[in-house]
Design a protein around this ligand. Structure first.
Ligand SMILES: *Cc1c(COP(=O)(O)O)cnc(C)c1O
Ligand SMILES: [Zn+2]
Length: 420
């Protein structure tokens, strides 16, 4: 059973069938999945959802799949953590972290979009899946391909972190590292996608892939008790997740599952790669591509495919956006780890730091409810913080040596350890 009516061009409205297509022949606009919302509203109730397994397929009527999905049984439904200690540190009243650093199987939000994309690749009878990636997408495509028994080619820039490279290689894909940045990788992959009949998850089956990102928004509302927060801070790379979180909130309202004011959605980028924030601050619709230079490699896309739709979604929601320096990103990673016990990669450090900035600037009032998106896991990007964490004290296994060390610590450190 599917509630998908077909695909439609986002720009000129031309209709297309439910097939592996992604651009409009009339105007080159991106295609988007169209659903029968009236039919969905009749079957998809809060109770029906609550009775289902705790994975992203609990919202399957709002996802573009035809039959029961065979991948992603453990993807999605990640924790929405009430972050009281971080709230105190930031001086706000009601704060949550939506924590995809523990998503399954590869510890980033990409497991959502890939669960849907690989399900579609199987439906469309592709035997090979592929992607252009800044790292996390390659990890997820590689893992899902292994589980589904599909061939896999991944394309990445040649400067990624070890954790991201090994985190794909372990699943046995063919990995191609391109001398260049993500935008070079993506350009090459568009040419390869035209020539080889492969399912490039973020190119030729992109309309289906991007729909998986809505589940991040559905879960936020469900986990808040079917209510919307007032602010959500979302990272922006290629521009998939932010507009899809906005779409998720609108769909929940449209089918009657949640009522209330739509959240303000704020975009977060690294200062070393902030083409969307640049256009937002200029008040322009025109995104000027940049050459990325930041430690936040997973969101380092200088020419974002859907940047325009990020601007549109941010503006429609009444949100805003900011960029932060690499030093602020590292400070954001530390702050989240020390206040909430969550270790995120630089993309999450970016959303934490941007949230702080938006609060300090008065863009987010201190008494309004806030959700920070944490989309990736810090254990994959140890390089980003290795220089800024304390080294261990090294001693021999003798009690006197520990006593001497303990006495040498400042009283404050001893108190922190629970003594005195
Ligand atoms: C891919 C990614 C994003 C956001 O990317 P979009 O292309 O804008 O959807 C954010 N965080 C992490 C960790 C990612 O891997
Ligand atoms: Zn069109």
């Amino acid at each position: 059973m599917t509630y998908v009516l077909g695909l439609r061009c986002r720009e000129c409205g031309t209709d297309y069938p439910h097939e592996p297509l992604h651009v409009c022949d009339q105007c080159f606009g991106p295609l988007e999945v169209v659903y029968d919302y009236a039919a969905i509203a009749r079957v998809l109730t809060r109770d029906a959802i609550a009775a289902r397994p705790r994975n992203l397929w609990r919202y399957r009527e709002l996802l573009p799949v035809r039959r029961d999905p065979v991948v992603g049984p453990y993807s999605g439904f990640t924790p929405l953590v009430k972050a009281d200690r971080l709230a105190t540190a930031l001086g706000v009243e009601e704060l949550y972290v939506k924590d995809d650093s523990v998503n399954h199987p590869t510890f980033s939000y990409k497991d959502r979009v890939v669960s849907v994309a690989v399900s579609k690749a199987i439906e469309f009878e592709f035997d090979t899946v592929s992607c252009a990636s800044t790292g996390n997408l390659a990890n997820s495509v590689s893992a899902h391909a292994a589980r589904a028994g599909l061939n896999c080619f991944i394309f990445i820039p040649d400067n990624l972190e070890q954790g991201k490279i090994i985190g794909s290689a372990i699943y046995g894909p063919r990995t191609v590292a391109i001398r260049g940045n993500y935008d070079d990788v993506n350009r090459l992959c568009s040419e390869i996608a035209d020539k080889y009949r492969w399912a490039f998850v973020n190119i030729n089956i992109r309309p289906y892939y991007t729909e998986g990102a809505k589940t991040y928004g559905f879960e936020i509302a469900e986990q808040l008790g079917w209510r919307f927060p007032q602010h959500v801070i979302v990272p922006t790379a290629g521009g998939t997740i932010l507009p899809k979180v906005a779409k998720a909130f609108k769909e929940l309202e449209k089918i009657g599952l949640v009522r209330g004011t739509q959240p303000k959605i704020h975009s977060a980028q690294a200062g070393g790669c902030a083409p969307v924030i640049g256009a937002l601050h200029r008040g322009s619709d025109l995104i000027e591509p940049v050459k990325p230079d930041t430690i936040a490699k997973s969101i380092a896309i200088g020419n974002p495919a859907d940047g325009y739709y990020v601007l549109k979604a941010v503006r429609e929601s009444g949100g805003w956006g900011e960029a932060v320096t690499d030093a602020e990103i590292v400070a954001g990673i530390h702050l989240l780890a020390r206040t909430e016990g969550i270790f995120t990669e630089p993309a999450g450090g970016t959303t934490v730091a941007v949230t702080k900035k938006l609060i300090d600037l008065g863009r987010i009032p201190r008494n309004e409810s806030i959700v920070i998106s944490v989309t990736g896991n810090g254990y994959k990007t140890l390089e980003a913080v290795s220089a800024s964490v304390a080294s261990p004290f090294v001693i021999n296994a003798r009690l006197q040596e520990f006593d001497a060390l303990y006495d040498s610590l400042a009283p404050q450190a001893r108190r922190a350890a629970g003594h005195e």
